[in-house]
Design a protein around this ligand. Structure first.
Ligand code: ADP
Ligand code: MG
Length: 367
């Protein structure tokens, strides 16, 4: 089921008397979620991710704009009639019900033509439990389950009605690191198997990048960039998106474009064309550095961290916006560092230039 958000807005009026401005949680958001895809809504806390999800499922009504499921305008449809499955960060299971009863719950309220017999309901509950691999736990109570198992029950409960759309709000945030990895792989598998159009909200860029077909990077209620994860990583439209994606994060420097050279501080790192002289921020991905004894970028070596396959070189540079510059070099090309200075060349495809005032991307060609 395709989902269309058309000029969607949600304003929370300021209720205090202090004269603070209203909160625009979602600001004129237009986006089409293609049928059968997994979309990751990504952004810092407070950027409007949960509000967007709540608008899609109908728990909140928009201040402006429309929502379509396929060709149906669902903007004014109550949540129970939208056919959505919901999973939240806190699993929100019924504590007094068994796992099986929790999963059955959404089926028991079906009316009219949708009403199911007891055996039909049980078959569906077993199928949903099978998808998340909790078949063995059906008679337990939520208190007798680990966090990861509880979240599986919540996912099974959301899936049991075979929703048209599955909405997940930070579903993995309460799980420990290992379970988070495992559960996200499983969510991906289940989504591929069921082909249910899914919106997955997270503040964790790695999580969003790893499972999404499409990511939406949000800031202050606005979608800053929408695209395939790799595409957005390789082609950020502005400094915010460049900084939000990538671990370790991108290195940001003050620089300038002057007469065909791109400068980081005083170091001319690339010969470029197609750009007017201006003050800029230069972003270099950690993997965008090449060790080069005659390289143009002169950094002061702080330390070297060996991490198996890769070596991280931690250094400083006067024009760096961050306290350190982190470059990741293949262990085989690393050497013994005896000098206080370490010099790099940069890989043009890993270098992004942004206007210093607008922080919008400035595109250049390499000469
Ligand atoms: P996220 O999920 O990205 O962390 P939210 O969608 O929860 O962000 O919130 C977006 C903004 O809207 C925040 O500034 C938040 O404080 C505000 N907000 C969310 N819900 C309400 C509400 N019910 N009343 C007033 N303001 C709200
Ligand atoms: Mg939220």
């Amino acid at each position: 089921m395709k989902v269309v958000l058309q000029n969607l807005s949600k304003v929370f009026p300021n209720r205090s008397k202090k004269g603070l401005a209203d909160v625009i949680a979602v600001n004129d958001f237009t986006f089409e979620i293609p049928d059968g895809k997994l979309v990751g809504l990504l952004g810092p806390s407070g950027c409007g991710k949960s509000t967007t999800l709540n608008l899609i499922c109908g728990l909140q009504t928009p201040t402006g704009g429309k929502i379509f499921f396929g060709d149906d305008d669902v903007t004014n449809l109550p949540p129970e009639n939208r056919g959505v499955g919901l999973v939240f960060q806190n699993y929100a299971l019924y504590p007094h019900l068994s796992v099986q009863q929790n999963i059955l719950f959404p089926l028991q309220n079906l009316k009219g033509a949708d009403k199911l017999s007891k055996s039909e309901m049980l078959a569906k509950a077993r199928e949903a439990a099978g998808l998340v691999q909790i078949d063995e736990l059906m008679s337990r109570k939520p208190s007798e389950l680990s966090g990861g198992q509880q979240q599986r029950v919540a996912i099974a409960r959301a899936l049991v009605k075979m929703p048209r759309i599955l909405l997940l709000d930070e579903p993995l945030s309460n799980l420990d690191a290992r379970l988070r990895l495992q559960t996200r792989e499983e969510l991906r598998r289940i989504q591929r198997e069921t082909r249910i159009t899914t919106v997955f909200v997270t503040h964790d860029q790695e999580e969003a990048m790893s499972i999404s077909d499409i990511i939406v990077v949000m800031r202050s209620g606005v979608a800053e960039q929408i695209g395939e994860p790799q595409e957005v990583y390789d082609n950020p439209v502005n400094l915010f998106v460049a900084k939000f994606l990538g671990s370790p994060p991108i290195n940001v420097f003050s620089g300038k474009v002057a007469d065909g050279s791109l400068f980081i501080g005083e170091d001319a790192v690339l010969n470029i064309s197609g750009v007017q002289n201006q003050e800029v921020f230069v972003g270099v991905r950690p993997e965008g550095f090449v060790l080069d004894k005659a390289g143009p970028l002169r950094c002061k070596l702080s330390r070297v961290e060996v991490m198996g396959r890769d070596v991280s070189i931690i250094s400083t540079h006067g024009a760096s916006v961050n306290p350190i510059v982190r470059s990741i070099i293949n262990a085989e090309s690393a050497e013994n560092f005896s000098t206080a200075e370490v010099r790099f060349a940069v890989k043009p495809a890993k270098v992004f230039v942004f206007n210093k005032e607008t922080e919008e991307r400035v595109f250049f060609e390499v000469r």
